[in-house]
Design a binder for this molecule. Sequence first.
Ligand code: CAA
Length: 427
Amino acid sequence: MQMQPKVGIESISVHVPRYFVDLKTLAAANDVDPGKYYHGLGVRRMAVVAPDEDPVTMAVEAARALIERNKLDGGRIGLLVVGTESGVDGAKPIAAYVHGLVGLSGECRTFDAKHACYSGTAALRMAADWCAVHGTQHRNKALVIATDIARYDEGSAGEPTQGAGAVAMLVGDEPHVLDLDLRNEAVFSREVMDFWRPNYRSSAMVDGKTSISSYLSALKNTYLTHRAASGFGWDDYEYLLFHVPFPKMAYKAFRVLCGLERNDNADDQFDLRSGPALWANRELGNIYSGSLYLSLAGLLEKGGRKVEGARIGLFSYGSGCCAEFFTGRLGTDSKNWADKIGIGAGLDRRTELTYEQYLAFRKNGNALACDGSYTGDPQGAAFGRLRKVFYCGIRDHRRMYFVNDNVAQVARNSGIETRSRRSSVAV
Ligand code: CAA
């Protein structure tokens, strides 16, 4: 049998938006018992983007942190894939903006991958296959970024499951974080109208109950296919991670697997094998394409040495739908991810919003998405303290970004229209 090349995630970094709303605040505004959000859905807080933050800026922040924390040579990156369902343009990919604002080499293939929340996994699997082929070349690393803003209508059932964030992953032949099993893949696709966002809307439409049953039937299908093909069984996985639209969904998923495996100890098993991965999802909410990888990052950041070398099973689901169950082994030395992920540090810097501020952010963010919103000194920029890149609205149908001085040169070289700025006004 041919040896499988070693490929997987070398490093992972998370961008946490600077603002959040506590779900108790949202429950009070929506006249709902907070227990429904806290316990019924399992969410505590949801990340909210400032008006001058968008899927591009979040992706850039995550990528720059990854590069800086690991002192990476960007010249080694030959592929950039952004997984997202929050596209900002019908033609131009987010990857093109990121490529310029991060300052990657011209010899780098760049594009977006889209299939709802499966987008991050589509990007990762494609990048892993690419790395397996380009193993011995100099430019053999891939940068995968999952970036999304989850937004539903105000007062809707989906609103408490909103969130935002970006996860950047370096993929290559030194998988210090997650060594992927490329041989065994179990995928499942079926056209279903469970969750979608028409081009004319900024918030998603959803048939909630259909989305849950579609998710769970895709899980059963892929898990059983994977089990039959790979020979990996229930006891082989120390941890099971899931796409997390809200943390209770991971619990529902875990129970389904317990049913398939005739395991009647679901609650205790869940606390040991999935619970430790969910703390960051409770804080950020649904980040769509990055949500499974936020769980992975959370497991690594809190787990440290305890999770070294563990085999994990991962389930990715994207509405519409496409799903995949796959597996991998965590790295054997936690020094490779300690202090490099950034979730705890990002949470420490956050500011809580009142309900009225949250509504104002939504309104201002929508206004900035309109042509002609760029004024040269947008009010939105005031919200961007300490960040490196700011979205400033649209001029002549072009998206405008400000970048801090240390990255301005990179952006100028890339030809992206930007202006650098030294200071920002306090909120
Ligand atoms: N205290 C504690 N628990 C309470 C409670 C209270 N006071 N009140 C209600 N609950 C519990 C309910 O019993 C229920 O628990 P179970 O699921 O265990 O039965 C839970 O809270 C939720 O209550 P409802 O089912 O009544 O909630 P809802 O119908 O108003 O909304 C939802 C739930 C349909 C998931 C909605 O949030 C939604 O549409 N979310 C967006 C879609 C989504 O996330 N789908 C998930 C699968 S699709 C996917 O994964 C892709 C993606 O990312 C979008």
